[in-house]
Design a protein around this ligand. Structure first.
Ligand SMILES: *[C@@H]1O[C@H](CO)[C@@H](O)[C@H](O)[C@H]1NC(C)=O
Length: 221
């Protein structure tokens, strides 16, 4: 319970990072709605008439763990404007991440958001890499109650190095931070990027590139 309170205090903190990027709302809220006949168009989504907003527009539950029975051994439960329409224009969102023992959240970036992660259970090795030319790795082992920040746009990862399941929650400074999982984007694009080109770019044999391109790349977060 205590870690959940800490987590949500940190989510609130994340909103102060947000103001530099997402435009400030000009009204209390702008619940996203699909039916534009009964809404007003603001910032990418139609807003519901505020008189019709309900508590449910601001609610989502992440009490259930995601199923980690997949090739990377992790599962990200997103809590962004798609799950909580009331996040529209507010510049903030969250995720719950479950990790099986030795599961990982593979290298990825959020093009539109800084992330602040709180470990609720388990032990994670985390890190991010700075942009060129240094490509410096910032890395740390996190235990229950520890907090780490992944700056906007930088490639980052988490790896459960404990023998038990791990759980984290994170706040992100956008209502829709986006995810680019590096391996999926490069080797699992649709249609495929020219393998000869990738072989040279990654200093690999073209056969290795074709093998990588033939794999199934699940969506990461
Ligand atoms: C994540 O967990 C949910 C809920 O159990 C499941 O529906 C979904 O398929 C899982 N995703 C992956 C990538 O394993």
């Amino acid at each position: 319970m205590k870690s959940f309170l800490l987590a949500f205090a940190l989510l609130a903190l994340a909103s102060s990072f947000a103001s530099a990027f997402d435009p400030s709302p000009l009204q209390d809220f702008c619940v996203a709605v699909d039916d534009h006949l009964h809404g007003v168009f603001v910032n990418g989504k139609f807003c519901k008439d505020p008189k019709l907003a309900k508590a449910e527009d601001f609610f989502f539950s992440v009490k259930n763990p995601g199923n980690t029975n997949n090739p990377v051994g992790s599962n990200v439960t997103a809590v962004n404007v798609e799950q909580i329409p009331g996040l529209n224009t507010l510049g903030i969102s969250a995720v719950r991440i479950d990790y099986a023992p030795y599961g990982q959240n593979p290298p990825h970036t959020h093009p539109r958001g800084t992330e602040i992660l709180v470990v609720l259970e388990g032990t994670l090795l985390v890190g991010f890499v700075t942009s060129n030319p240094d490509n410096k790795l910032f890395t740390k082992v996190l235990n229950k109650g520890d907090v780490f920040v992944f700056p906007i746009g930088l490639i980052h990862f988490q790896f459960n190095i404990g023998k038990t399941n791990a759980v984290a929650v994170a706040g992100l400074s956008s209502q829709n931070p986006g995810v680019i999982t590096i391996a999926n984007a490069v080797f699992g694009s649709d249609p495929a990027i020219n393998p000869d080109f990738l072989a040279k770019a990654f200093q690999l044999d073209v056969k290795v590139v074709r093998d990588l391109q033939a794999k199934f790349w699940m969506d990461g977060n």
